[in-house]
Write a protein that binds this ligand. Structure first.
Ligand code: 28G
Length: 635
């Protein structure tokens, strides 16, 4: 189309995508790795919608050698016909009009238009290049874009009997802090998507390595398989997950649940495939129904006597792994991160489905029913004991004592928002860190040896550990029910451990601690992991650091052939002098910190359970895989 014939609508389109490029954060949350991966999900969501409409069975994702990503589905293919309102093909409309394709009020359930609900046009705007290929009506149709602008128009380029849509995009390095996709991040998300969409086949291929990596996700059991997966390394109380589903005018509800012998509650709630981290009406309905039904049953069976208090929701959910998945036509997402379901009709719907389904299960399965109730009563007893222990500890002034631990080298600034604390493995590294730090705003807490394994130990023992007590007092927030984010003495808590397996283990122990006892610290984004370098490369009078093996290869490749260099591999923080520690790991101007998020409840759970759980086998496997780096083996 010649430029002179651009209509007002065309100009609006360009302005629309320009707005996306100007303020990408508004559309995809961030321009960090999270926002980058959001691009993939945004495209995949469109394919999942085709699957939800019953028109698509397979989604193939490829991370290409050049760093681009393609998504291919075998749906009906985006319509290619002219859309009169825009005087463009349906394909071009989908890729250039913000919020194209009316999210709500359609006939079926939709994933897209969910979390940020921005659509593929946003991916287009944030890519240096995007290619789309549609197969339908016996033809292959193709078109390309650069930074959101169409290069030509949709053209038929060949013939095919197949149908479907393929989109390949190159994320724009001018927009994103990094354009490197992570296999683990995409795989975890796709596994979750496959669990939530029974029998949908999703494949992931990574062609960036010489030997391509490939994985297929397809679960005939849907969320029942999801629960089995989450409980895989745990010992379950009843053999098969409890499952019920129901579909009505308000939407569809599916619940799968299984108790294990552990103490953790893992209840994940989804609405239209979106992980509703902040919960909402569906989760409330589930919890209400669960608490009432189990208490009713316990009383009817005489396990709870008239004089006994009701079992609390927390007691009942101890060791419970559950997935609640609802699909509804007009989801309302609320809350700070728009991950809280607001539709009130879902509260009563889920509540009645769970009440009916669970009551029936309990009647029909008396043995597991009894085990479940006994587990809850034990939890109630343990909780009462823990409360007592906490009160005792508090009376001794250990939890909220105003005297800071002796080993803490505190900073001089008192304004928590400006300060940070490094949790450092071992006294020697702690010593270096104390010398290296900027004492005005950086505090150091050395933690000796392995801090207590809080997953295995109950709270009583955890609290009697000196390391844990020092940690709690230094952070100032107290724990669990008494936790108060306002009292945090630092807004950055930086875990600094060695770059080896023991370091990873200690990091995991600390993360477990935060996860179990101070979760809001993670939610608030206060917890970080320091990134010490793995190598120092010295040549002439210069030196450089490499933080990964890949980076080392890059640095070495850059050096002229004749250059002599020496290579130091850091096995621990202790091998760095204070100055090195400062410039590589602690200086806010130069360091990289990884912010710990709970976005990935799945991945976190897995690592915690692998390393901390009761079963020895996964831990052994982990250690064998990393055996060359193990210093001491007390896991
Ligand atoms: C591979 C990358 C991402 C998609 C379809 C299929 C249809 C469609 C997509 O229609 C417009 C609005 C409501 C009907 C629908 C094809 C009906 C008939 C589709 C994708 C038209 C959008 N034939 N597959 N959009 N609707 N896959 N994958 O984007 O009225 S998007």
């Amino acid at each position: 189309m010649p430029e002179s014939s651009y209509s007002g609508k065309d100009i609006q389109v360009l302005e629309g995508l320009e707005a996306v490029r100007k303020r990408p954060g508004m559309y995809i949350g961030s321009t960090g790795p999270k926002g980058l991966h959001h691009l993939v999900y945004e495209i995949v969501d469109n394919s999942v919608d085709e699957a939800l409409a019953g028109q698509c069975t397979t989604i193939e994702i490829v991370i290409h050698a050049d760093g681009s990503v393609s998504v291919t589905d075998n749906g009906r293919g985006i319509p290619v016909d002219n859309v009169p309102k825009y005087r463009k093909s349906g394909v071009e409309v989908a890729l250039t009009i913000l919020h194209a394709g009316g999210k709500f009020g359609g006939s079926g359930y939709k994933v897209s238009g969910g979390l940020h609900g921005v659509g593929v046009s946003v991916v287009n705007a944030l890519s240096t290049r995007l290619e789309v290929e549609v197969k339908r009506d016996g033809k292959i149709w193709q078109m390309a874009f650069e930074r959101g602008k169409a290069k030509g128009s949709l053209e038929a380029t060949g013939r095919s009997k197949a149908t479907g849509t393929k989109v390949r995009f190159w994320a724009d390095p001018e927009i994103f802090e990094t354009v490197e996709f992570s296999w683990d991040t995409i795989a975890t998300h796709m596994r979750e998507t496959a669990f939530l969409n029974k029998n949908l086949r999703i494949t992931l291929t990574d062609e960036r390595e010489l030997e391509p990596r490939y994985e297929e996700f397809r679960y005939a059991g849907g969320i029942v398989d999801f629960v089995k997966y989450l409980n895989d390394k745990k010992e379950s109380i009843h053999a098969r997950p409890i499952y019920f589903e129901s579909e009505g005018a308000e939407g569809m509800v599916e619940v799968a649940m299984q108790w294990n012998t552990g103490y953790t509650e893992t209840v994940l709630a989804f609405a239209n495939n979106i992980n509703t981290h902040e919960g909402g009406t569906h989760l409330e309905g589930f919890k209400n129904a669960l608490t009432r039904t189990i208490n009713d049953y316990a009383r009817r069976q005489g396990i709870l006597k008239e004089k006994d208090d009701n079992l609390s929701g927390e007691d009942i959910r101890e060791g419970l792994t559950a997935i609640i998945s609802v699909k509804l036509r007009e989801p309302q997402f609320e809350g700070q991160t728009k991950t809280k379901l607001g539709n009130t009709e879902m509260r009563s719907l889920v509540q009645s489905v769970v009440t009916a389904g669970l009551a029936e299960y309990l009647e029909e399965h008396p043995k597991p029913a009894r085990s479940i109730v006994m587990k809850s009563t034990q939890a109630a007893k343990a909780r009462a004991a823990a409360r007592k222990a906490r009160e005792l500890t508090r009376r001794k002034g250990l939890l909220e004592s105003s005297t800071l631990p002796g080993k803490l080298a505190d900073c001089s600034v008192k304004e928590a928002a400006l300060t940070e604390i490094f949790l450092v493995e071992g006294d020697s590294a702690g010593g270096s860190a104390k010398q290296a730090r900027d004492r005005s705003f950086q505090a150091i807490l050395p933690l000796r040896g392995k801090i207590l394994n809080v997953e295995k130990a109950g709270i009583n023992r955890a609290l009697s550990s000196q390391e844990i007590q020092a940690l709690i007092t230094a952070l100032g927030t107290s724990i669990q029910e008494e936790f108060d984010l306002e009292q945090a003495r630092y807004h950055k808590v930086i875990i600094m451990t060695d770059a080896d397996v023991d370091g990873a283990h200690i990091r995991c122990l600390l993360l477990t601690f935060f996860y179990r006892y101070m979760r809001p610290m993670i939610d608030a984004g206060y917890v970080y992991i320091a990134q010490p370098p793995l190598y120092k490369i010295s040549y002439g009078k210069k030196h450089e650091y490499a933080y990964t093996d890949k980076e080392l290869q890059k640095v070495l490749a850059r050096l002229p052939e004749s250059t002599k260099y020496s290579l130091q591999r850091y096995k621990g923080l202790g091998e760095m002098n204070p100055e090195q520690l400062w410039e590589t790991t602690m200086d806010p101007e130069r360091r990289t910190l990884l912010q710990v998020t709970l976005d990935d409840a799945l991945a976190a759970e897995e690592v915690f359970v692998d390393l901390m759980g009761d079963q020895v086998e996964p831990r052994k496997l982990f250690i064998q895989r990393h055996a060359k780096n193990v210093r001491f083996l007390d896991v």
